[in-house]
Design a protein around this ligand. Structure first.
Ligand SMILES: Cc1ncc(COP(=O)(O)O)c(C=O)c1O
Length: 445
C-alpha cells in the first residue's frame, strides 16, 4: 500500500523522481494542480491559477478540450494500438496529410515520433541518411547555437547550447560546432525582431571555413529560441543562414517544437520570418499536449532521395519508435486540427499578439529588470540575478503560483506564452498579477 494522498502526505511524494525540478525542495513544499479547464489550472485547495505559459507552451487551445478527450476515448476503445512498423492505421495518414497543409514550402512528408526530443534526434538521422543516400557520407558535423534547446535525447543534448543540460553528459557529444547566440546588449528591451545582429549568421561561414562546409550535415536553429527565454531572430539573420546553407549544400533545420502551430502568430516560424528550412521539427501544440506526439516535416526531395535509394521491397530508413503515430496521439492531433480550423486559433494568436506584447513591455518600469523580449505570443522578462544565478527566477515562479499564475522560469527569466483562446481580460489578469509579484520582489531584492 502507498502512503495515501501525495497532496497531504510527504511520504507519498518520495518515489516519484521529478524531471527538471528541485526534488528535495518540491517534496517538502509542493505546488501541484489537480484540474484544468480553459485558461485555468486548479490547485488542490480549489484555488485557480491562470495558465500564462499554456503548460509548457503546448496547450494552445486551453485545458481539457472535450473534443480531444472524446476523440482519444473513441480511438482507445476502437483500436488502442497497432505496431507502426510494417503496419499502420488510417489516422496516421490523415494526420500527416492535414499537417502538410500547414507546413511551409514542400515540407510535406511527415515522420511521426512521440516528443520534441525525439523529433530532433529523428531529424538528425534523416539529415545523415539523406547525405549518405547522395553519396556524401562525409557530412557528419552538425552546427547549433549557444543558448539553444533541442530537447534532452543524446542528439539533442549534443546540440544543446545550455550548459546545465550538457555539462554532466559530455561523452558522445562530439561533432557539433556552435554559433554565438543573438542576445546582444544593444538589443535589450527590443520588442519583436531586433535590427542588430544579422551579422552573427557569419559564424556559420566561419565554421564552414574551419571544418569544411562539405563536411557539415545540417544546421539546427529554433527560429526564435524558446526555452532559454525567448530570443527573436535579428532581422535578416535566418535569411543569411539559409544563404550560407545553400552555398554549402548544408540542410537547414528549424526546431519549431515551441514556435510551431501559431506561437509566432503564423502556422510556423518559417512563415512568420519568411525563411523555408529543409526539415522542421514539431511537437507540443500539435495535440494540444493532450497526448504525446512529435513529428519531423521533411522536404519531398529529401524523402524521395532516401526512399528511392533503398531496396525495392525493403526498409529504407532504419528508425522509428514503438509509439510512432500512436493511434490515440493521432486521434488527438486530428481533433486539434479541427479546433485550429474551426476556431481560427492561429489567426487568433496573430491578432492577440500586439495586446499581449503591449502588456509584457508595459512592465519595463519595474525596478530590477535586465531585459524584456517578445515576439508573437511568446515573451520573457529577465530579472537581475543575485549571487545564485537562477534563484530569483525560481523564486518568481513560486511566488506567481501562490499569486494565481502558472508559468515557467528558465534561469532568471520568466517566460510567458498563454493559450491562444486567451481573451483580453485574461491577458490583463496575467499582467496585473505578474506586475504585483515582480514589484513586491523588487522591494526585497
Ligand atoms: C525547441 C525545442 N526542441 C525540443 C524540445 C523538446 O521537446 P520534448 O520536451 O517534447 O522532448 C523542446 C521543449 O521545450 C523545445 O523547446
Amino acid at each position: 500500500m502507498g502512503h495515501s494522498d501525495p497532496v497531504i502526505n510527504v511520504e507519498a511524494r518520495q518515489n516519484y523522481w521529478m524531471p527538471f525540478s528541485p526534488n528535495k525542495e518540491f517534496k517538502t513544499d509542493p505546488r501541484m494542480f489537480v484540474r484544468g479547464e480553459g485558461m485555468y489550472l486548479y490547485k488542490p485547495d480549489g484555488k485557480k491559477a491562470i495558465d500564462a505559459s499554456a503548460g509548457l507552451f503546448c496547450v494552445a487551445a486551453g485545458h481539457c478540450r472535450p473534443e480531444i478527450a472524446q476523440a482519444v476515448y473513441e480511438q482507445l476503445s476502437t483500436l488502442d494500438y497497432t505496431m507502426p512498423f510494417t503496419r499502420s492505421h488510417p489516422k496516421a495518414f490523415e494526420l500527416a496529410e492535414q499537417i502538410a497543409t500547414y507546413t511551409p514550402g514542400d515540407l510535406n512528408r511527415i515522420f511521426f515520433c512521440c516528443s520534441g526530443s525525439e523529433s530532433v534526434d529523428s531529424a538528425m538521422k534523416i539529415a545523415l541518411a539523406y547525405h549518405r543516400s547522395k553519396g556524401q557520407a562525409q557530412r557528419q558535423y552538425f552546427v547549433s547555437r549557444e543558448r539553444a534547446y533541442h530537447g534532452v535525447n543524446m542528439g539533442g543534448v549534443a546540440l544543446s547550447g545550455m550548459v546545465n543540460n550538457r555539462r554532466a553528459f559530455g561523452v558522445g557529444l562530439s561533432g557539433v560546432h556552435f554559433m554565438r547566440h543573438t542576445a546582444l546588449p544593444e538589443n535589450k528591451f527590443v520588442r519583436g525582431q531586433p535590427e542588430k545582429g544579422a551579422d552573427l549568421a557569419e559564424d556559420l561561414a566561419r565554421i564552414c571555413a574551419l571544418v569544411g562546409g562539405e563536411n557539415i550535415a545540417a544546421v539546427f536553429v529554433e527560429p526564435a529560441a524558446g526555452s532559454f527565454g525567448c530570443l527573436p531572430p535579428p532581422v535578416g539573420y535566418l535569411n543569411r543562414l539559409r544563404e550560407i546553407c545553400d552555398q554549402n549544400g548544408i540542410l537547414l533545420i528549424f526546431d519549431e517544437v515551441i514556435t510551431g502551430w501559431g506561437r509566432m502568430g503564423a502556422a510556423f516560424g518559417a512563415q512568420k520570418f519568411n525563411v523555408t528550412p529543409d526539415l522542421l521539427t514539431m511537437a507540443k501544440a500539435v495535440t494540444n499536449a493532450a497526448q504525446p506526439l512529435g513529428a519531423v516535416a521533411v522536404k519531398q526531395e529529401i524523402y524521395d532521395t532516401i526512399t528511392n535509394s533503398g531496396p525495392e521491397r525493403g526498409i529504407e530508413f532504419f528508425h522509428g519508435y514503438t509509439y510512432s503515430a500512436h493511434p490515440a496521439s493521432c486521434a488527438a492531433g486530428l481533433a486539434m486540427m479541427e479546433i485550429f480550423r474551426k476556431e481560427k486559433l492561429i489567426e487568433r494568436a496573430a491578432e492577440m499578439s500586439d495586446y499581449f506584447l503591449d502588456g509584457v513591455f508595459s512592465m519595463r518600469d519595474i525596478p530590477g529588470l535586465v531585459d524584456i523580449r517578445g515576439v508573437g505570443m511568446m515573451a520573457a522578462i529577465e530579472l537581475k540575478a543575485n549571487q545564485t544565478p537562477g534563484a530569483r527566477g525560481h523564486a518568481a515562479q513560486k511566488a506567481l503560483y501562490d499569486a494565481g499564475v502558472n508559468l515557467k522560469a528558465t534561469g532568471d527569466s520568466i517566460i510567458m506564452g498563454p493559450p491562444f483562446i486567451a481573451e483580453k481580460h485574461h491577458i490583463d489578469e496575467i499582467m496585473e498579477k505578474v506586475r504585483t509579484v515582480l514589484v513586491a520582489m523588487s522591494k526585497t531584492a
